[in-house]
Design a binder for this molecule. Structure first.
Ligand code: KG4
Ligand code: ZN
Length: 355
């Protein structure tokens, strides 16, 4: 049952459900013990042969996997479904069919258990993922969110209030990795594949342009990079493994340079000295290494999620649900008729909704 008052001494268990793209992920967050269990089923193998996510196949696979994953998460957390206090699910943005699977499942379960439900913004969940670490980011901070669908620089003065300082005008950073990898004949998702190749490559071998790097805004542009890679490949008669390594390293360096330049511009504009970097691309070791180096010089503290909470996961959704539950915001008694999801949803809308 929904509680009228919430105190930190109550035992609160939030089930988080993430189905926005090609990972079915669930987790249980407890207010005293943190994440009790977290399960991720990746559909990578299913989509690999198509070189990207096929939305219809993704939704069908979520349907197959969601119930067994929730049962496993409950078993590993050693709690029963009756111990759940509330359910948080990703309401958007994402693939509409995939989102609907999570929403319908969450609503059905919450209705059966008569507990409240919270629809979570996927990018807010990425943004809050570093809060699951022992060394939590202190407000205020700038967040660089780099995923397969979004590249955002966000000014965070308090939780729930998000001012977008800059965003990608075309491809997201992760999308640029994926499309470049595809052009090079690599597997999906391309980010980890490029990162692996880049380790052995020369980042100065090819001079890819850094679009918009000198503009005074915090916006990004990545789509031109992919075209440059395709042109280079077409100009090389026979692409050797060394060529691939050098292209990967040079491409990755161009992305790192753009991300660093724009992020430090955002830090300058806000005068903040704390930075959160999250989203799938933040798993990239070279990006972290170069950010850490320059941050140290400039007295900026950086907070990342651990690797398993960079890419899509249920833990970040469960935790975001917990924050909302404690703030008593966005909580709805379950209404089986309001299971709508949002394929497109601006992060800044969350703030406006509250004003
Ligand atoms: O956050 P995420 O799991 O899903 C979205 O919300 O989009 O991000 C997935 C993206 C993919 O584009 C993937 O290629 C990229 O994150 N990615 C990486 C790395 N690991 C995942 N990009 C660069 N380097 C990595 N190590
Ligand atoms: Zn994501």
């Amino acid at each position: 049952m929904q509680k009228d008052t919430v105190t930190s001494t109550n035992n609160i268990n939030i089930l988080g459900i993430e189905t926005s793209c090609d990972e079915t992920a669930v987790a249980i967050y407890n207010n005293h013990q943190g994440i009790l269990s977290h399960e991720v089923y990746s559909q990578i193998k299913l989509h690999n042969k198509y070189g990207g996510v096929v939305p219809e196949l993704a939704s069908r696979d979520h349907i197959r996997k969601i119930a067994p994953l929730v049962l496993t998460a409950l078993a590993k957390a050693q709690i029963s479904k009756y111990d759940l206090t509330a359910i948080a699910y990703t309401k958007g943005p994402g693939l509409i069919g995939s989102l609907l699977v999570g929403s319908q499942f969450a609503h059905g379960l919450a209705y059966g258990l008569n507990i409240p439900i919270m629809g979570v913004h996927h990018m807010e969940a990425h943004l809050l993922a570093p809060m699951l670490e022992e060394n939590k980011p202190q407000l205020p901070f700038v967040a660089l969110l780099i995923s397969g669908g979004h590249t955002l620089l966000v000014k965070v003065s308090k939780l729930g209030c998000y001012e977008i300082l800059g965003e990608s005008l075309d491809d997201a950073a992760g999308e640029a990795f994926d499309k470049t990898a595809k052009a090079m004949g690599l597997n999906y998702p391309g980010g980890p594949e490029i990162a692996k190749l880049a380790q052995l490559g020369d980042p100065n071998k090819f001079s890819f342009s850094r679009p918009m790097i000198h503009s005074k805004t915090c916006d990004f542009s990545f789509s031109g990079l992919k075209t440059q890679v395709i042109n280079i490949i077409n100009n090389l008669n026979n692409i050797s493994i060394k060529n691939k390594q050098d292209i990967a390293a040079s491409f990755q360096q161009a992305v790192v340079d753009i991300l660093i330049k724009k992020t430090f511009l955002a830090l300058e504009k806000t005068k903040y000295n704390s930075l959160v970097i999250a989203g799938g691309v933040s798993a990239n070791t070279e990006i972290r290494r170069q950010f850490d180096k320059i941050a140290q010089k400039n007295n900026i503290k950086i907070y990342y999620p651990r690797h398993e909470y960079c890419t899509d996961n249920g833990a970040m959704v469960a935790y975001t649900g917990y924050v909302k539950f404690m703030q008593q915001e966005g909580i709805m008694p379950v209404d089986i008729e309001s299971t709508a999801v949002r394929a497109r949803w601006e992060l800044s809308d969350l703030k406006e909704a509250k004003d």
